[in-house]
Ligand binder design. Structure first.
Ligand code: 5AD
Ligand code: SF4
Length: 483
């Protein structure tokens, strides 16, 4: 068995803020033997969770294809299946454990099949413990800090017939020049940083993904330049907290400056996520407002509208400060859409405190929102708080909140009726092949009839109907004009 150095949450909280991440270039070097391990074999990667995981999934696919593996949609035909997991809430973890149970039936029929688990769950001590003891058929476990070691880990399983379990508890390094198979040919995720230093008291991310570490701007700009030169229309700059970009670098750009340089490259659409209100500067707002190719859409997590809960969450802002920022963005960025994340039922949240959240929601009238019931994550400070709110009450609050959020998203969508919107075409609707789909500049999903558009085109679409979660429309150039 390989090195097991399990995550240590106490250590993570006291980590050295002056630590500078190492940049590891050419991070996946394959030996001639590793390059042919997968010849004639198939792989499948199942990704859960956030966009950072999606991007990791693309890198895992890239490494496997460089080793000779071919992608397959059919799990039964796969020779290696990797579950790229999320640990943000308990239900995300339960889904993965259920899927592992299901995969065991494939492994029974095909004993040489490799089943692997990586991502945030692999960074949790208790999960690795359970997998080691109760799921012996999961032969490959690696964490968020060592994706580049995948070739050696697979080689160890195949040649030495040993389980490969390797998880590091680390501040984290920066890997460059990673191979990847991108999900799309017209829009791409670009990591600008990894990890998080905010330590919101409910959140496991700073432990599973390590210390905030920004990539050098020159590496990010080179990647965007490459994507632009290869016909990509949209990049989404990714980080747990993009507004803090560069704060861990000695002499590089701020996020506002980085946005400016990415915009200068000339790619049609630039998006970014996620923004923490605490780090959102006026310079960023001015930059977003002044560039046509920076999309007018901002995800601005609120989490709670009550100041005491925000303090207990360690969010570093009051509801008033949040609203001041919200108003500034709305005033300065023309036609901006704003979405949010909200947690209900944080330990001991009172009805009054929950109603404060509803008040902020009523004020902000978000375009879109993700709402969650608080889920205790072992090792985080909030998980130690004694909670007197019943699950029933939490569910009831979530329902009330969702009803309000749904009203506002529908209201915004209905206001689009009759407008002509620029839509980047993503493909065909999952339910009706005659309907194409794509996103407006303000990140609204549109399903529309169209005869002559292609994936990657940016076309004018007339919006005919606003629904709760999407828009319906018809392409302006659509000759046949069906609706
Ligand atoms: N319980 C519920 N929701 C959580 N989130 C993060 N941690 C938890 C947790 N322990 C939510 C936050 C965050 C989003 C990605 O997930 O709202 O913004
Ligand atoms: Fe988690 Fe807070 Fe960091 Fe977001 S900013 S990843 S909620 S600790």
């Amino acid at each position: 068995m390989k090195e097991i150095n399990l995550p240590n949450i106490r250590q993570a909280q006291f980590r050295d803020r002056n630590y500078r991440a190492e940049i590891i270039r050419d991070a996946v070097k394959l030996t001639p033997e590793q390059k042919i391990i997968g010849n004639g074999l198939n792989y499948h990667v199942i990704t859960y969770g956030c966009q950072a995981n999606v991007r990791d999934g693309e890198v895992i696919s890239g490494i496997l294809e460089n080793m000779g593996y071919t992608y397959t949609d059919a799990l039964s035909e796969a020779d290696i299946i990797i579950l790229n997991t999320c640990a943000i809430r308990e239900n995300a973890e339960n889904k993965v454990l259920g899927e592992i149970g299901f995969l065991q039936s494939f492994k029974r029929k095909k004993s040489e099949m490799i089943i692997g688990l990586c991502g945030c769950m692999a960074q949790e001590e208790k999960v690795v413990d359970v997998l080691m003891k109760k799921y012996p058929f999961v032969e490959l476990i690696f964490g968020t800090h060592n994706i580049n070691r995948l070739p050696q880990l697979i080689e160890n399983i195949i040649h030495n017939k040993q389980r490969s379990i390797e998880v590091y508890s680390r501040q984290g390094d920066i890997y460059e020049d990673l191979p990847s198979v991108r999900q799309f040919k017209h829009k791409a995720f670009v990591n600008i940083m990894d990890g998080c230093d905010k330590f919101c008291t409910y959140c496991i991310v700073p432990y599973t993904r390590g210390q905030q570490r920004s990539r050098l701007s020159k590496d990010i700009l080179a990647e965007v330049q490459y994507l632009y030169a290869n016909g990509y229309k949209e990049v989404t700059l990714l980080g747990q907290n993009v507004n803090a970009y560069g704060k861990d670098l000695d002499d590089d750009l701020s996020f506002a400056e980085l946005l400016g340089k990415v915009s200068d490259i000339g790619i049609e659409r630039i998006r970014f996520t996620t923004s923490h209100p605490w780090d959102f500067s006026d310079d960023m707002i001015d930059m977003i407002a002044s560039r046509k190719n920076i999309m007018p859409f901002i995800h601005l997590p609120l989490q709670s509208g009550n100041d005491e809960i925000l303090r207990l969450m360690g969010r570093r802002y009051t509801s008033e400060q949040y609203l001041t920022l919200f108003d500034k963005i709305k005033t300065k960025v023309a036609d901006v859409a704003i979405s949010t994340d909200i947690i209900v039922g944080f330990p001991n949240e009172t009805e009054q405190q929950f109603e404060d959240t509803l008040k902020v929601v009523n004020y902000c009238q978000y375009d879109n929102a993700y709402s969650f019931i608080y889920s205790p994550r072992e090792g985080t400070p909030a998980a130690k708080m004694i909670d007197n709110v019943s699950l029933e009450d939490k569910k009831e609050r979530l329902q009330r909140l969702n009803a309000k959020l749904g009203e506002y998203s529908k209201m915004h969508n209905v206001a689009y009726e009759g407008r002509i919107e620029k839509v980047l075409v993503d493909g065909y609707s999952k339910t009706d092949k005659e309907i194409m789909c794509g996103y407006t500049e303000s990140q609204k999903l549109v399903n529309f009839r169209c005869n002559d558009a292609h994936v990657g085109d940016i076309i004018d679409v007339k919006i005919t109907q606003g629904m709760k979660n999407s828009l319906n429309g018809i392409a302006v150039e659509n000759k046949k004009g069906v609706q």
